[in-house]
Ligand binder design. Structure first.
Ligand SMILES: N[C@@H](CCC(=O)N[C@@H](CS)C(=O)NCC(=O)O)C(=O)O
Length: 219
């Protein structure tokens, strides 16, 4: 049995960011698929918040994807996915926090809400993306492919799953990317091209089909 088990769900972008980190670091793990809509009865014994992802390492467990990723970074430091400079590390954590408290938070409200015309949330999402473009990527030299510059980091792996599942927002919520996200689109193409990212990527059709089934079951 592998030393590491990941309680995960294919549609979960938080679980995906952990799978990406394990993949980039070449850490072998066993993936245990959980259906968040139909959790095993004893799931709270595994996951105190009742959510995926949860990482089990030997007898210990870690949850909350941002914390799981930092645990993996400290436990398997090669290749490093956070800068060594404390100020740059702080910047990386600010963007990871931005992803959780803004980009994914608004996305969650959009996907789980029932408003047929969620204009305010759609606008909010566009504002988050424009903020990422202007306050994030445009402050880097144009030649830097990744969020923090020349090296792939946890910030890239945190944001990427949102872009991989963009088709779901477009199809089911009528979201359209605002214009002027040139750097963001170049950045996403560079991340999506990485071998580790490609090796576990799913197509837009995969997400549309799975999400479609979920919507049918839910409403
Ligand atoms: N803040 C958590 C969010 C995890 C999360 O929301 N997971 C969802 C699936 S994407 C889940 O397990 N939902 C089940 C539930 O809330 O009952 C993290 O970063 O790990």
């Amino acid at each position: 049995m592998s030393q590491i088990q990941l309680y995960s769900a294919v549609l979960c972008p938080f679980a995906h960011r952990v799978r990406l980190t394990l993949q980039v670091k070449g850490v072998p793990f066993e993936s245990i698929e959980i259906d968040p809509q139909n959790k095993p009865t004893n799931f709270l014994e595994i996951s105190p918040y009742g959510k995926v992802p949860v990482l089990k390492h030997g007898d210990n467990r870690v949850w909350e994807s941002a914390i799981v990723n930092e645990y993996l970074e400290e436990t398997f430091p090669d290749p490093p996915l956070l800068p060594t400079d404390p100020m740059q590390r702080a910047q990386a954590r600010i963007w990871i926090n931005f992803a959780d408290t803004r980009l994914f938070a608004t996305t969650g409200k959009l996907l789980h809400g029932r408003d047929p015309h969620p204009t305010t949330l759609l606008n909010e999402l566009s504002e988050h993306l424009l903020f990422m473009e202007h306050e994030g990527l445009r402050k880097n030299p144009a030649s830097a492919p990744y969020w923090l510059g020349t090296e792939l980091s946890l910030v890239d792996l945190t944001f990427h799953p949102w872009f991989e599942q963009l088709a779901v927002l477009e199809h089911f919520r009528g979201f359209g990317l605002p214009s002027g996200l040139d750097r963001l689109q170049e950045w996403e193409a560079a991340v999506a091209e990485r071998e580790a990212v490609r090796s576990i990527a799913n197509s837009p059709e995969f997400y549309l089909e799975r999400y479609g089934r979920l919507v049918q079951a839910k409403f």
